[in-house]
Design a protein around this ligand. Structure first.
Ligand SMILES: NC(=O)C1=CN([C@@H]2O[C@H](COP(=O)(O)OP(=O)(O)OC[C@H]3O[C@@H](n4cnc5c(N)ncnc54)[C@H](OP(=O)(O)O)[C@@H]3O)[C@@H](O)[C@H]2O)C=CC1
Ligand SMILES: Nc1nc(=O)c2c([nH]1)NC[C@@H]1CN(c3ccc(C(=O)N[C@@H](CCC(=O)O)C(=O)O)cc3)C=[N+]21
Length: 296
């Protein structure tokens, strides 16, 4: 038996095309073009690659891309001043500060400086609170993309047992919130979890967001489980996820590959959040472009 490979790259391409149509409709309704500002501090090559691909995807969707590159030794106050300027810039609908930041910068101080209504990453505590209480806000892109792939693969998620491995503010915690909202029974595992294999064995849905190459083994899985691999690990053998892909393929029902799974969804959801932000800020109602109600 061999699992279905969930084609995140193809789903993301479709979503980006629908966002592009939404951008054209927004322009016709408001006369404005949505804009996304990305702030990159330092020269980390992986971060530079992400920022470049975000800029390209932004322009391909018909939106304006603003890039701000700051030196690795930038003063925190100078970085905060850039954010203040972007908060006040009417052309900017979304602000993303690429993480991680250099160690001398207080990441939380930077995130909380972003206007929550331009926080298209959904990392501001106001947006985390909105998500936790069921209010409209910005949902973090990676977990939002994971839910779209899950719904596209499984349909209704209600009542399913889900395990999220990882409890970070940017992936694990918001992922758990979204699965609760989908009426899953959610377990959150982390580095102190006892018997991770036993926890995973009960799950219909496994979300791996750990950052350890191929640590989730195929033989841990419940046969037929749906496995979403968020991990991005650079190894000598190339880019691999947190899941042992070959092992998972022989037990699971469906698996996301790395690359070509969750990563492209993150970027597509970032563009979608920027389009949502433009509509909210202009007071123009957005025409939902969901193919199956799977986008939220
Ligand atoms: N595809 C995409 O678009 C994106 C991919 N990523 C990738 O996802 C992964 C996770 O990212 P992020 O959440 O930021 O990472 P963090 O390092 O912030 O969090 C990792 C989590 O994994 C847990 N963990 C570590 N070791 C173990 C273990 N042995 N067993 C169980 N849990 C463990 C940690 O537990 P504890 O809290 O106890 O320390 C922590 O909660 C990374 O590979 C990252 O590159 C991230 C963002 C977007
Ligand atoms: N403020 C902020 N917001 C983020 O959303 C954010 C961030 N900081 N810092 C870094 C992480 C990581 N992240 C990814 C985005 C796309 C891919 C992606 O497109 N990956 C491709 C492969 C890319 C490659 O080959 O390297 C894929 O999986 O197919 C991966 C990872 C966003 N992050």
């Amino acid at each position: 038996m061999s699992a279905q490979i969930i084609d995140g790259k193809a789903f993301a391409a479709g979503l980006r095309a629908r966002v592009g149509e939404g951008v054209a409709a927004f322009h016709a309704a408001s006369g404005r073009v949505p804009g996304l500002a990305v702030v990159l501090v330092g020269e980390d090559p992986a971060s530079a690659v992400y920022v470049r691909s975000k800029g390209k995807a932004t322009r391909e969707a018909g939106m304006q891309s603003f890039e701000h590159r700051l030196p690795a030794d930038v003063d925190q106050d100078d970085l905060l001043a850039v954010i203040d300027r972007l908060n006040g810039d009417a052309e900017v609908d979304g602000i993303l500060v690429q993480l991680p930041l250099p160690p001398h910068i207080d990441e939380q101080a930077v995130i909380t400086r972003i206007d929550p209504d331009k926080d298209v990453d959904g990392f501001h505590p106001v947006n985390a609170g909105r998500l936790a209480t069921g209010l409209d806000g910005f949902v973090p892109c990676t977990p939002a993309g994971c839910v779209m792939l899950l719904k596209d693969t499984l349909g209704d998620l209600s009542g399913l047992d889900a395990v999220v491995i990882g409890r970070s503010n940017i992936v694990g915690k918001p992922m758990a919130q979204l699965l609760i909202a989908e009426s899953c029974t959610v377990t959150v595992a982390h580095s102190r979890t006892r018997d991770l294999a036993g926890v995973v064995a009960r799950a219909d849905i496994v979300i791996a967001a750990v950052g350890r190459a191929e640590m989730i083994k195929g033989e841990w899985l419940k046969p037929g489980a749906c496995v979403i691999d968020v991990g991005i690990n650079r190894t000598a053998a190339g880019l691999v996820g947190d899941v042992d892909f070959a092992g998972a393929m022989s037990v699971a029902g469906a698996v996301t590959p790395v690359p070509g799974g969750v990563g492209p969804m993150t970027i597509a959801c970032l563009l979608r959040n920027t389009l949502i932000s433009a509509h909210r800020r202009a007071g123009v109602p957005m025409i939902e472009t969901a193919p199956n109600g799977g986008e939220r």
